[in-house]
Design a protein around this ligand. Structure first.
Ligand code: NAD
Length: 462
């Protein structure tokens, strides 16, 4: 482990390297993206093992959420790099005759990425792809809570990427705090709102721009669908979007469901049978559901269930195996709204269902909470779909599915209000790590003399 002084020297060298202009060259950017592509292909087995070790994630899940998505992003960045770098034309006011204008992206410089543990490769490399494509030098601090993944990221990145421009610093909060004391040209943070506040306070000192990818409570609204096929598909997508995605330890996982009272029995019965279909009669034996990241988080989740006001609302599951870091997929109906399970982000395989008189009441319910990263709305009612989009605020609204918005590199991914700010994925990642510089060019050939003092009665607009 480097001392702080050695690290500060390294940062100085990275700044110096950036100032030489190498990272701005398209060929350098391409070589780094290709390096990442090779890393993912050659280290696929190691990545699958690391995530099995850190989170007990099935390799299909790891490939879907991390390796596969990253390969897709890299291919898009490699195909589009020239176009992204070339910027775009713009117009100047008519008074400026014989002109041209354009918006040119330029890299920001030396950027810091701090990431979380639940998708340790995706949440580290997805922003890194944007940062490198945009021509920056990058320091990454992965989460200490997924140690096998963090250590693999450190060794693999030093092997496959340009060491003068990309560095991984491993460690926990104290390493994070030391990093935040340095001067950065951008900080990209994924994690909790509490640490997000620490990041923002540190960024103030150097007026560093910040992106905060935070979490929150993502609701799913499930309308009383009339066709049995539709209900089945909706519940299947909900069960998958909760338990089949890092066992609910995902920022876009469904946190709670809103349904009409008259529909609750149907929903619960279908959910139970769907859980059995996906994870078997004894989900503890299943390899298709991830484990809880560590004992501390497992105890936090167990305490949510142990609350004497909450416990009676468990209608399915609820068992906890501390030794195997396993919590059974759990369904609760109408736990008290003041209980922690309904006020804090759950981030685990517990799924409360809240019943409402009318499904339209879900809009008011959602609006009474901090703005979510994602809202899922299952309905064929076009008016409800439209109202959900226009009368609520959140990072995204997905109609009749879950998680799919995260995988789309054509959509910006990010929060609003309490779920963060800034956006990335696809071209949005490139933009997040670029400054859009305004360029205006004029000819000397023509001029309107009235636009210069002394002013006369000729009013004009620019
Ligand atoms: P966290 O805030 O505890 O940690 C995130 C990162 O910050 C880690 O690398 C950690 O080492 C570092 N850190 C912790 N304390 C620090 C400090 N004092 N100074 C500097 N760095 C510090 O969050 P977590 O437990 O890793 O992640 C859970 C949260 O992240 C949830 O709220 C979840 O919703 C959110 N999340 C959001 C996204 C997203 O894309 N929006 C993705 C994953 C997780």
């Amino acid at each position: 482990m480097e001392t702080l002084r050695e690290f500060e020297r390294d940062l100085g060298e990275m700044r110096e390297y950036y100032s030489q202009g190498k990272t701005k060259e398209a060929s350098w950017r391409k070589s780094q993206l290709k390096g990442l592509l090779t890393l993912l292909k050659e280290k696929e087995g190691d990545i699958l093992n690391a995530l099995m070790q850190d989170l007990g994630k099935h390799q299909v899940e790891t490939f879907r959420d991390e390796i596969g998505t990253l390969i897709k992003t890299l291919n898009l960045a490699l195909e589009s790099l020239r176009e992204w770098m070339s910027g775009r034309k713009a117009k100047l006011p008519q008074i400026a005759l014989l002109t041209s204008a354009e918006i040119v992206p330029e890299p920001l410089g030396l950027v810091l990425i701090i990431s979380s543990w639940n998708f340790p490769f995706g949440l580290s490399l997805e922003p890194m792809i944007g940062a490198l494509a945009a021509g920056n030098t990058v320091v990454l601090k992965p989460s200490e809570l997924a140690p096998a993944s963090a250590s693999l990221l450190a060794t693999a990145i030093s092997t496959y990427l340009d060491n003068k421009a990309v560095k991984v610093m491993q460690g926990g909060p104290s390493m994070g705090e030391q990093l935040l004391q340095q001067r950065w040209d951008k900080i990209f943070f994924t994690g909790s709102a509490n640490v997000g506040r620490i990041v923002m306070s540190a960024a103030v000192k150097h007026l560093t721009p910040v992106t905060l990818e935070l979490g929150g409570k993502c609701p799913a609204v499930l309308d009383s669908l009339s066709s049995s096929w539709d209900i089945k598909v909706a519940v299947k997508r909900i069960v998958y979007g909760k338990y089949g995605c890092c066992a609910g330890q995902a920022c876009v996982a469904i946190d709670y469901i809103l349904v009409e009272k008259k529909f609750i029995r149907t929903v619960v019965e279908l959910m139970k049978s769907m859980i059995k279909e996906m994870f078997g009669e004894n989900p503890k034996e299943s390899h298709s559901i991830a484990r809880i990241i560590n004992k501390q988080h497992l105890l936090r989740l167990e305490n949510l269930l142990k609350d004497p006001h909450v416990h009676p609302s468990i209608v399915y599951g609820g068992s906890v195996d501390e030794d195997n870091l396993f919590i059974e997929p759990t369904i609760l109906v109408d736990p008290p709204l003041q209980a922690e399970i309904m006020t804090d982000e759950i981030f685990g395989p517990l799924l409360p269902i809240i019943t409402l008189e009318k499904i339209e009441d879900s809009i008011q319910f959602i609006n009474s909470k901090p703005k979510a990263l994602a809202i899922y709305c299952f309905t064929k009612n076009k008016t409800l779909q439209r109202r959900m989009i226009s009368e609520t605020s959140s990072g995204s609204v997905t109609i009749n599915d879950t998680i799919i918005q995260y995988a789309a590199d054509t959509l910006p991914f990010g929060g609003v209000g309490g779920s963060g700010f800034g956006r990335y994925h696809g071209k949005f990642s490139f933009d997040t790590f670029s400054h859009e510089k305004a360029i205006a060019r004029r000819s000397f050939l023509t001029e309107f003399w009235f636009r210069f003092p002394p002013w006369n009665n000729h009013k004009f607009q620019l």
